[in-house]
Structure formats: structure tokens, C-alpha cells
Ligand binder design. Structure first.
Ligand code: SAM
Length: 239
């Protein structure tokens, strides 16, 4: 299928919040296991429309910074932070080149972001900006069953990801990036229509080309076709 827009363009124009497996519900669950108080500094890389950053600032009243390289995502995040009156520092930046000095953050969060970048560069950058006991929390797509090259290329090309890593390859990448302890959790998504955290969070742009809905449909289709091949893991990496 030849499309003029990428999957990430589609997420940005539709303003999809919580655009990672498990959504806000899983985010809350992961964060609840960490020690976070008002002295904690958190960086959300690839923050999208800012749902997670807003949740952290509201829930923990701590210092939250967020970056994304997509202008549309940033505009939507900015609107969200403004309407909620949250003092979140937001910047347009590449996660492969994080615009902060070393040893600044207690937690760096990557919710379905590393996969879209040069993994080794971004992992090293997160390591650089983390404090000595800092933690990288990453929810990332994994290749769970090897498949034909043709199908893997189809997945990579649709999502615009430079690589599709197995759990083992992720571990190697985190180790090479300097992390000493890597904890991995496999999580089955359970959608609960009565749970507000599972509710769709959209911030639509005006005049959305019909092709974007084709991309969403194709995402649903691929997710279904490759459901036994693709999974995701929660990686908790400490320095
Ligand atoms: C699947 S979305 C996830 C957004 C958000 N973390 C969430 O869970 O809703 C991936 C996000 O990563 C951002 N992104 C991709 N590559 C990036 C890069 N190199 N630097 C910064 N942000 C990037 C995209 O613009 C998009 O907002």
C-alpha cells in the first residue's frame, strides 16, 4: 500500500494521547512502582500530545520536562499543559540528541519512542542525562517470533521504524548503552471499556485527509495479522 503520510503523521494529526501499548492505565501502573515525590525530575522523551507528562505533573507535583520532534504533537501537548496550568518544560528536540546536560533526571520515560529512533544513540543519550542512580523506563515493541524478511520489511516500512528488536536484542542495546540492571516485564493488554484510562484521548487537527483513517485501519489490520509476532515489553534500566 502506497501512502503519502507516515504512521506518526497520522498519530499527530489525530492527536492520539497514550499512543503506546497499555495506554495511560499501564503508565500509571508502572509509575506507581517507582519512588516519585516533588523532588523527582522526570523527562518524557517523545511525549506526543503530553498525556503522560500531564499525568505525572498532576499526580506527583514534581518537575517534568518533555521533548518531541514533531511540531503537531508539540502544539497539542502545549495546549494540554496550558489548559491544565501545568509548568512542564516542553521543547522540540530529537531524542537522539537530548538538549540537557548530563546527570539531570531521576527518570527518563520512553513510551513507544526508542523504536522510532536510532536505538543505540537514544539509549546512550537517556543514559547521559540520567543521574547516577537514574532509571530509564521504556515500553517498547518487540519481535517475538522471527518471520520472513518480506513481512518484517512490511512492518518496518508501515510504522517507519529503522529496526525491529527481539527482547534479547533490546537487552544487548541497553547493556551497550551503559545500564547495569535491566528488568523486563511482559504484559498482556486487557482493555476495559469501563476504565477511564482506557478511553480514547484524541485532539484532532482540522481538515484531516481521509488517508489518515486508511492508515489507522491499516494499523489495526497489521496489529491483528501480526499479533503473534509482535509484542511489547516494559524495560526498567538503571545506571
Ligand atoms: C507512538 S508515539 C508515542 C507518543 C507518546 N509517548 C505516547 O505514549 O502517547 C511516538 C512519539 O515519538 C516521537 N518521536 C519519534 N521519533 C522521535 C525522535 N527522534 N525524537 C523525538 N521524538 C520522536 C513522535 O513524534 C511521537 O510523538
Amino acid at each position: 500500500m502506497n501512502l503519502d503520510y507516515t504512521y506518526l503523521d497520522c498519530l499527530a494529526l489525530l492527536g492520539v494521547g497514550g499512543a503506546h501499548p497499555g495506554g495511560l492505565g499501564l503508565t500509571k501502573d508502572i509509575l506507581s512502582k517507582e519512588t516519585i515525590d516533588k523532588t523527582t525530575s522526570v523527562l518524557d522523551i517523545g511525549c506526543g500530545t503530553g498525556q503522560t507528562a500531564a499525568h505525572i505533573a498532576t499526580q506527583y507535583n514534581c518537575q517534568v520536562s518533555a521533548i518531541d520532534n514533531n511540531r503537531t504533537m508539540l502544539e497539542k501537548a502545549k495546549e494540554r499543559f496550558f489548559s491544565l496550568q501545568l509548568p512542564i518544560e516542553l521543547q522540540q528536540a530529537n531524542a537522539e540528541n537530548i538538549p540537557y546536560q548530563e546527570n539531570v533526571f531521576d527518570i527518563v520515560l520512553s513510551e513507544s519512542v526508542l523504536s522510532f529512533t536510532d536505538v543505540s544513540k537514544t539509549i546512550q543519550e537517556a543514559h547521559r542525562v540520567l543521574k547516577p542512580n537514574g532509571i530509564l523506563l521504556a515500553i517498547e515493541m518487540t519481535l517475538d517470533v522471527h518471520h520472513s524478511k518480506k513481512h518484517l520489511e512490511e512492518i518496518k516500512s508501515f510504522y517507519g521504524v529503522p529496526q525491529l528488536l527481539t527482547e534479547f536484542e533490546w537487552i544487548i542495546a541497553f547493556q551497550k548503552g551503559g545500564y547495569n540492571h535491566i528488568n523486563i516485564e511482559k504484559h498482556e493488554i486487557q482493555f476495559n471499556e469501563n476504565n477511564a484510562d482506557d478511553a480514547a484521548d484524541f485532539s484532532l487537527s482540522e481538515d484531516i485527509d481521509y488517508e489518515y483513517f486508511t492508515i489507522l485501519k491499516e494499523h489495526e489490520n497489521l496489529a491483528n495479522v501480526y499479533k503473534d509476532i509482535l509484542g511489547f515489553r516494559i524495560f526498567r534500566c538503571s545506571k
